[in-house]
Design a protein around this ligand. Structure first.
Ligand code: CO8
Length: 258
């Protein structure tokens, strides 16, 4: 399928989605958000794909929701259409791991989109921010919630109240990103991390994603119980038998995603 606002490719077992509205620093308009969900769903349903990389350009992962598009809406419209709710919920329904490869600006909805991915690899030129306050609003898909859980109250308040940007080094120090790499190597690094994930047994990867994400939704006791049930369930998979047998036989496992 041809997309207007995305470039979508596959690299072996990795699905790559590049946001592609260079004229607007990948601002997230409704067209892009619709296409993004469509591309992610296709990869999620494709048995050949085992990990997804979401990226932008070297200048911008995404500079936020499209301000021009939003500026034309009234309260009644955003409330009636429940702006961004379907996108947010649909994105979180993607079960395969999604790695965000962030270079340049990840602002507003762009920072929130990166945080909705499973982890973030940042180029050393990355800039994260929640500058919505400068527009008379606040974040709408997690910039006050996920950011607070990821970097703590003090930094989240600082960013949400002042609108200041956090550079890649501070983002790594604060736990917002898992690693920082030179911007010109970002895509290669992210694809190689994703290829490593794609070698893993898919059902265990899906379970690991679900279990880690549960940590942000529930109590420790419930989270650990959920984790243990998923752990038990994986004993019903062929890949568990294969993984353990391969270890004991001192050979490489041949995982089949079953
Ligand atoms: N929306 C629409 N267009 C944008 C956006 C945006 N968010 N950001 C940049 N652009 C456009 C500019 O208007 C400009 O277009 P043109 O050339 O036609 O004038 C082009 O991209 C290039 O931008 P600049 O000339 O401004 O580039 P600079 O390098 O000078 O500055 C900045 C880069 C600092 C990133 C600057 O563009 C900027 O501040 N952008 C806005 C950042 C922002 O405020 N983001 C938050 C938006 S609100 C939001 O995200 C709410 C989230 C709600 C949930 C979203 C769910 C998806």
């Amino acid at each position: 399928m041809a997309y207007e606002t995305l470039i979508v490719e596959t690299r072996d077992h990795v699905g790559l989605v590049k946001l592609n509205r260079p004229e607007a620093l990948n601002a997230l308009n409704q067209k892009l958000l619709g296409e993004l969900i469509c591309a992610l769903r296709k990869f999620d349903e494709d048995d050949a794909i085992r990990c997804i990389v979401l990226t932008g350009s070297e200048k911008a992962f995404a500079a936020g929701a499209d301000i021009k598009e939003m500026s034309e809406k009234s309260y009644v419209e955003v409330f009636r259409e429940d702006l961004f709710t379907a996108f947010h919920d649909d994105f979180l329904r993607i079960r395969k791991p999604i790695v965000a490869a962030v270079a340049g600006y990840a602002l507003g909805g762009g920072c929130e989109l990166a945080m909705m991915c499973d982890f973030i690899i940042a180029g050393d030129n990355a800039r994260f921010g929640q500058p919505e306050i400068n527009l008379g609003v606040i974040p709408g898909i997690g910039g006050t919630q996920r950011l607070t859980r990821f970097v703590g109250k003090s930094k989240a308040m600082d960013m949400n109240l002042t609108g200041r940007f956090m550079d890649a080094a501070e983002a790594e120090r604060s736990g917002l990103v898992s690693r920082v790499v030179p911007a010109d190597k970002l895509l290669d690094e992210a694809l190689s991390v994703a290829a490593k994930i794609a070698e893993k047994p898919l059902l265990a990867a899906i379970a690991a994603k679900e279990a880690v994400n549960r940590a942000y939704e529930t109590t420790l006791a419930e989270g650990v119980r959920h984790e243990r049930r998923l752990f038990h369930a994986l004993f019903a998979t062929e890949d568990q038998a294969e993984g353990m047998a391969a270890f004991l036989e001192k050979r490489a496992p041949q995982f089949r995603g079953r």
